[in-house]
Design a protein around this ligand. Structure first.
Ligand SMILES: *[C@@H]1O[C@H](CO)[C@@H](O)[C@H](O)[C@H]1NC(C)=O
Ligand SMILES: *[C@@H]1O[C@H](CO)[C@@H](O)[C@H](O)[C@H]1NC(C)=O
Ligand SMILES: *[C@@H]1O[C@H](CO)[C@@H](O)[C@H](O)[C@H]1NC(C)=O
Ligand SMILES: *[C@@H]1O[C@H](CO)[C@@H](O)[C@H](O)[C@H]1NC(C)=O
Length: 430
């Protein structure tokens, strides 16, 4: 247990400004409301979206420099992998459509377009709690500059700690073909990880370290918004029983049982995160952390929805990425250019099967792992056929890690829904 953590437990007179007590006029002045124009993007899907506002009183940190700010921590669900980049994608595969970016844009707009928002986007694809915690070479908490204004933080973490990639690999894609391990084993490992106290404790320390770094006792309004994950499948439809997302010919079918088990895994992870958040809050007189469960927003937008033939690359209403599938950003919101991505050497299309696994594992990046396992599978059995070779051949991006890494991650419309659910939770704090 870290020293800062014990301190939280010991400090009982925490004065946390009740977010609802916003009656004084100074308080009202500081209250920031995103202008309505921000979301008038007339579009058939717009009925899904509530108009966001900033129900949270954001406090000025001085007349010079940024007025307000926040930091986003965590994994690829926070980094927004696949949701568009301007120019070159960074190693963390942060996307312009990430809900954190959307919140930063709303915050800027709420300040009259002045460049007065300090947004520290620290989230990184592949991150586990270990990469967020202080001390490591790529620690997000250490990279967090607490001298910059930060009135709240966003955090998404857990999927990589708990082995989501192994489950995807073993149960759905089978990048390493026969050697991918059984789905039952992968699910059982995730279950065991959830049941052990390990993740729970690391998440508590992550939260404590962020609170310590901002010196929460001096910033009573500061709070952390933690998000979970969304169930991937509609698990009652019949059609998908015969469909497959497997990367190689004759891959596993998306049978109802499998879809149910994978959905159950997500719900269990969400429940675990919520429980940890509640435990942390119980040590404070006022909640420091809120858990936002956006899962139900994805109803109707998962894989295997009624009448959908998977993989359906043309369905805008699916809010998760397919392998190599396009994003579903609203038309006109972002330049629709192909990013200058860092690619693997196209002449040796897949990664080097003899040496790729160690660095891929270290990065935790699903895309690097997928490409490496595919290279290893092909090396062991050169006659292997891709399930959708024609699709791959038409897509020049297929050897880019993001092509695989973004699968089962929210697309841009999913991130909008996440943002909206976060705003709804903030409003409920009032
Ligand atoms: C993309 O980057 C270019 C050059 O840095 C900049 O001029 C442009 O405004 C950026 N576009 C967006 C949408 O951020
Ligand atoms: C906005 O401010 C940041 C630092 O606070 C600076 O790096 C950036 O260049 C500024 N952008 C513009 C458009 O002025
Ligand atoms: C943190 O931000 C402050 C204020 O902008 C800046 O002066 C300082 O150089 C930053 N520190 C680091 C390590 O980047
Ligand atoms: C963007 O336009 C295309 C072509 O009209 C359409 O198929 C797609 O659904 C649109 N995307 C969104 C998010 O509305």
């Amino acid at each position: 247990m870290k020293p800062g953590f014990a301190m939280h437990v010991a400090t009982v007179f925490v004065i946390f400004v009740n977010l609802g007590l916003a009656s004084s006029s100074t308080f009202k002045q500081r209250r920031l409301v995103a202008p309505e124009t921000q979301h008038v993007l007339g579009n058939s899907i717009s009925s899904h979206y509530r108009r966001p506002s900033f129900p949270v009183p954001l406090v000025s940190s001085g007349s010079n420099g940024p007025l307000t700010g926040f930091a986003a921590f965590g994994d690829s669900y926070s980094a927004g992998i696949g949701t568009g980049v301007n120019g070159t994608e960074d190693d963390c595969r942060r996307g312009l459509g990430a809900h954190a970016e959307l919140i930063a844009a709303d915050l800027r707009a709420s300040q009259g377009g002045r460049n007065s928002t300090a947004f520290q986007f620290l989230s990184c694809t592949g991150a586990t709690t270990q990469q967020v915690l202080s001390g490591g070479s790529d620690s997000q908490v250490d990279a967090f500059n607490a001298s910059l204004p930060a009135d709240f933080a966003l955090l998404s973490i857990g999927g990589n700690d708990l082995g989501f990639f192994d489950v995807m690999n073993a149960c759905v894609f089978r990048f390493y073909n026969f050697y991918s391990g059984t789905c039952e084993t992968a699910l059982a490992n995730t279950k065991a990880q959830i049941e052990s106290d390990d993740f729970d404790q690391r998440l508590q320390i992550v939260i404590s370290e962020i609170l310590d770094k901002v010196r929460w006792e001096k910033k009573p309004w500061f709070f952390i918004t933690v998000t979970g994950y969304a169930r991937f499948f509609n698990d009652v439809t019949d059609e998908c029983d015969d469909m497959s997302f497997g990367v190689w010919w004759n891959g596993p079918k998306l049978k109802k049982d499998l879809r149910m088990e994978m959905n159950a895994m997500v719900l269990t992870v969400n429940a675990k995160i919520r429980q940890t958040v509640e435990l942390v809050n119980s040590r404070f007189t006022k909640d420091k952390v809120i858990f936002v469960d956006y899962d139900s927003e994805f109803d109707g937008h998962r894989f295997c929805e009624e009448g959908v033939q998977e993989p359906d690359y043309g369905r805008t209403d699916t809010w998760f990425f397919l392998v190599g599938g396009p994003d579903n950003a609203r038309n006109g919101t972002r330049p629709n250019r192909v990013p200058d991505l860092e690619t693997l050497d196209p002449t040796s299309p897949l990664a080097d099967p003899s040496s790729c696994l160690e660095p891929a594992r270290r990065s935790g990046d699903w895309g690097m792992l997928a490409l490496c396992y595919m290279a290893m599978a092909k090396h062991r059995d050169p006659s292997l056929q891709l399930a959708r070779g024609d699709f791959v051949a038409e897509n020049s991006m297929w050897y880019v890690p993001t092509y695989y890494g973004k699968t089962f991650h929210p697309r841009s419309l999913g991130h909008e829904a996440m943002r909206n659910k976060i705003y709804e939770a903030w409003r409920a704090l009032e």
